[in-house]
Structures are given as C-alpha cells and as structure tokens.
Design a binder for this molecule. Structure first.
Ligand code: FE2
Ligand code: FE2
Length: 189
C-alpha cells in the first residue's frame, strides 16, 4: 500500500516519471545497455516482450475505436463484428489483468525480499495496477455495452477517450516498472 499515491508526483495518470526518492533506490543500471546484457534473453527480455505486446494491443484497440468513430451509423455494428472488437478487447484486457496478478503475487514479493529498498517503488507499481485494472474494467464494460445497445456517437466518443487515457497510463506504468524491475531480472533471471 502506497500512502501518498494520489499526489501528482506519484499517481500514474499525473506523474512524469518515478518520484526522486524511488529513483534513488533503483539498482544501478542504464536502459540503453539492457539489450546488450548477457542475460537479456532470460526473464528480463520475456517481461519486456510482454510489455511490448500490451502496449501494441492497447494502441490497436485505440486505433480500432477511432476508426469506428469514422464509420457511418448504419455500418457500426457490422464493423465491430468484422474487426472482432469484443473478443479482441476481452483477450487484451484478460492478458493485462493476468500479467498484473503475476507481478503482484509472485514477482514483486520476491523482489522486495531480495532488495528491501525497492519496497516503496514496488508499492507504487502495485498502486498503478489498481488504477490500470479499474480503467481496463471500465473499457471492457463500455465495449460490452456497445455490443448490446445500439451504438451511439457520444458513447463511442467516450470509449475512445477512455482508450486514449488507458494508453497513456499503460505507457507511463510500463516505462517506470521496467526501471524498477528489469535491473533485478538482469541480475537474477
Ligand atoms: Fe509488467
Ligand atoms: Fe505492471
């Protein structure tokens, strides 16, 4: 539990990077050198590829919703089916939840035991997961509703705005999370 999570310098939707006091606890490591590390093909590379898939999936979802906004009313329902919007979003959102659960219940506690100084950073990331999971739930509900209620422009526009916000917080979270966990995975993975 991160005590001051809602402050501007901490909240995933508001901050510009990891707060200084957390940055000071990170393991010595330079992002530009990660890809040349002898253990990059282990868990570090695996996590980075999952993150890439999540970011790509969220960007694809945003793009699909943007295209839907440009689709004439009479064709929206068919187009949603044509691009498999509901199954695609369900899969993406399920994948993201699953990834957060594994981090929260398996990896983060291990990292905290190995490096107690990372506790505050890991608690911040756990706070991000709660915000992300709520945003993912909202997106999923809104997409399900689009499928059963006749699509309305303002509902679709709100959904697109939500997908934009989701992309932005996912981007912030993943960048900051990698700063905390990739150096640990490179040492031990
Ligand atoms: Fe992650
Ligand atoms: Fe995460």
């Amino acid at each position: 539990m991160f005590a001051d999570y809602d402050l501007q310098q901490n909240h995933v939707a508001l901050r510009n990077g990891l707060p200084t006091e957390i940055r000071e606890t990170l393991l010595e490591s330079t992002r530009s050198q990660w890809l040349h590390h002898p253990r990059i093909s282990g868990k570090a590379g695996f996590f980075m590829s999952i993150h890439r898939n999540l970011l790509d999936g969220a960007a694809q979802l945003k793009q699909a919703l943007e295209q839907l906004l440009d689709t004439p009313d009479s064709e929206v329902t068919d187009r949603m089916k044509g691009i498999n919007l509901l199954p695609f979003s369900e899969q993406l959102i399920g994948f993201a939840h699953h990834h957060h659960e594994i981090e929260d219940h398996a990896y983060f506690p291990q990292f905290a035991r190995l490096y107690p100084q990372l506790n505050r950073g890991l608690a911040l990331l756990d706070g991000d997961h709660k915000v992300l999971d709520a945003a993912l739930e909202d997106t999923q509900k809104a997409i399900r509703n689009l499928g059963i209620i006749k699509p309305e422009r303002d509902r679709m526009a709100a959904l697109f705005k939500g997908a934009e916000a989701l992309n932005s917080i996912l981007d912030r979270h993943i960048w900051d999370e990698e700063e905390v966990i990739i150096p640990v995975l490179l040492k031990h993975g």
